[in-house]
Design a binder for this molecule. Structure first.
Ligand code: HEM
Length: 306
């Protein structure tokens, strides 16, 4: 066989970086696979690191998608915004499936890894993870108290503060509803974005109208079917997010029990109330007033929006 050096197919001299293939250069595989550094000799730690890193990648992906959707909503490009948001619904499937990779863990497994991490780096908590917090802030769940964890990372602290000062995805959705003729009170549209969102009865009515008022046939608001699809897509996103929280809570029950966690209080007790963090609140409460039960039905005229 000839010893003559040939350029392998696909490699373009002067373009493909030396020592790389187009695939490795594009996907950065050599860098990616140097990023898993176990702290213990537990054979399962690699699965732990990989599934947390994959989650980190998905949170960043969701952040990017939300930011894209916000730009599209601000320009009233509804079909494109919905398409972007539907990708977030899809991303929650693999994100939530990451729990399967670490479902084998018992408390002994977890503690033997965590104790080594504490010895090597100090006391950690996932509350120190800025991607998750940025995603949650972008959904519209604004809890400034979590910023304390990012003081050692000034760049991230600044970044999260900027996110808190700007409209969330839900704020942009509500402004879009308002422009489409479903009135949102000015106090909601121009609220102080740093403050936790306070559900509003008129916003609930606006969602009710998005879902019902076209049925009379005289509705002037042309975007109504698209807004309804937008509402359903947001509901799917909220479900994907809450499903992650449920899987996390169950994994914590399985591997940690009632032990005290980062703040010294029981981990489960800290997590349980966070299950109520349902994004896009009036989209959910409006469900109680959407639809018209027939006369005689026990649910007739019940509900909260007049
Ligand atoms: C299976 C073992 C796990 C246990 C026992 C556990 C336990 C906890 C506890 C007790 C908290 C409350 C804050 C604290 O005290 O640290 C927490 C928060 C959190 N954990 Fe985990 N965790 C586990 C796995 C994970 C994994 C694999 C991820 C990421 C992929 C993760 C991401 C988070 C996030 C994002 C929060 C903040 C939740 C919120 O703000 O509502 N956890 N975890």
């Amino acid at each position: 066989m000839s010893e003559q050096a040939t350029t392998p197919p696909g490699i373009v001299p002067g373009i493909t970086p030396p020592g790389q293939t187009p695939y490795s250069a594009w996907i950065q595989t050599d860098v990616l696979h140097t990023l898993q550094t176990p702290v213990s000799d537990h054979p399962g730690e690699h699965a732990w690191i990989a599934s947390v890193q994959v989650s980190e990648l998905y949170w960043m992906l969701i952040i990017r998608e939300i930011q894209t959707a916000q730009r599209q909503l601000r320009e009233d490009r509804l079909p494109e915004a919905i398409q972007t948001l539907q990708r977030i619904v899809a991303h929650h499937e693999p994100l939530n499936a990451t729990w399967k990779s670490i479902a084998w863990m018992t408390p002994t497994d977890l503690l033997s890894i965590l104790s080594r991490a504490v010895a090597k780096y100090g006391k950690d908590t996932a509350l120190q993870g800025w991607t998750y917090r940025q995603m949650v802030y972008l959904f519209g769940i604004r809890q400034a108290e979590h910023l304390q964890h990012f003081e050692p990372q000034p760049e991230r602290w600044r970044q999260l503060n900027q996110v808190l000062d700007a409209p969330s995805l839900y704020d942009d959705v509500l402004r879009c509803l308002d422009r489409a003729g479903f009135a949102i009170p000015a106090a909601v549209r121009e609220r102080d974005y740093r403050q936790p969102y306070a559900p509003d009865r008129e916003v609930e009515r606006a969602w009710r109208d998005v879902y019902t008022s076209g049925e009379g046939g005289n509705d002037r608001r042309a975007d109504q079917p698209a807004l309804r699809l937008l509402g359903e897509t947001l509901a799917d996103i909220a479900e994907g997010f809450l499903a992650w929280k449920h899987l996390h809570l169950m994994a914590t029950r399985r591997t940690f029990g009632h032990r005290p966690a980062y703040f010294g209080t029981e981990g489960i007790a800290w997590l349980r109330p966070t299950m109520d963090e349902l994004p896009f609140p009036e989209l959910w409460t409006a469900r109680g007033v959407i639809g018209d039960p027939p006369a005689g039905c026990p649910m007739h005229k019940s509900g909260s929006a007049a």
